[in-house]
Design a protein around this ligand. Sequence first.
Ligand SMILES: *Cc1c(COP(=O)(O)O)cnc(C)c1O
Length: 382
Amino acid sequence: MIPGPVEFDPEVMRALGAKTASHVAPEFISVFGRALKRLREVCLAPSAQPFVVAGSGTLAMELAVANLVEPGERALVVNTGYFSDRMATLLERHGAEVAQARCEPGEAPEVAAVERMLADGRFKVMTVTHVDTSTGVLAPVEALVRAANRHGVLSVVDGVCATAGETFHQDAWGADVYLTASQKAIGVPPGLALLTVSPRAMAAWRARRTPVRSLYADFSEWLPIMEAYEAGRAAYFATPPVNLVCALDVSLGQILREGMEARFARHRRMAQAFRAGWRALGLRTLPVSESVTAHTLSALYFPEGVDTTVLGRVREQGVVLAGGLHPQLKTRYFRVGHMNVVSPGDVLATVGAVERALAAAGHRAEPGVGVAAAQAELVAAK
Ligand SMILES: *Cc1c(COP(=O)(O)O)cnc(C)c1O
């Protein structure tokens, strides 16, 4: 139950373990082409250009930055934690002049404050982390993206801990880049960087005056490949991770069979059940209010008198959780991922394991209150 890699469906794992086809074999061409079409559907982005490239989520971030900014251009980072810091570092590395809208850990910057910065910043790009995995903060992405649009600023949304878990309508909201990695709510083992890029962002890339400073990250190399596979032809720039692409196709098919709205709603229901459990156990979330609390993970302060060693006790109870990540608070909190195949059984098993571990660590709560509260929420939600 960590915020990635998550648990994967057996059918996805079978695709990963199957015989590796040639990357130019007709059966692989059709699988890759279908995966690209499905990625567009999962991001609710019928007009976008999808990219599937071997690498982790950080490469997806770098692809967005390397192609959209040129040295000396201005970028605004809406900073909600660790991964927003990384985005700022990437932007600077690619020569951008970076300004940041900041806030305390557990908060998200006010949309009005960001809009004031957009109004007089001459920015080309605004980046926002949909769910910051270090804090469990859900940013007000729709409002931020719409604000960027009002000021003619391209929006890049890091969805690595959100895509296919948190509500997101790329085309309807007008987001320019949605990026993610395979190992979180997309439900495929680590190794794929995934992006969907709007026609406006593709036009901004085409209008560049300087070449992209990384060959492997250059859309010029990847666009012909994505277009070829989608059109049913093979093309070569760098060998695609054949088995991961096959596994991606299986997982995206499962996601679309569940339906995007149903899937977003299931993540919300499971998150609400978890929150009820945490509240009953007296655990405080790192996000400061419900409206900025993610549905794909929980970030929780250790209660009084309990420290990181309790995570070892939870592991002894059969559930693996993650420690803190935000540099300012690292040892004061822990994280529970609830993405992809998360079910009511997972909620009850996890809250139960945390409850037993806390009791063993001397935290006082009546046995069963956490599980009962989570169960009550699950029953109420049907
Ligand atoms: C996990 C994560 C990343 C980094 O992905 P890697 O696959 O570890 O490179 C970036 N952004 C967010 C929001 C994440 O959760």
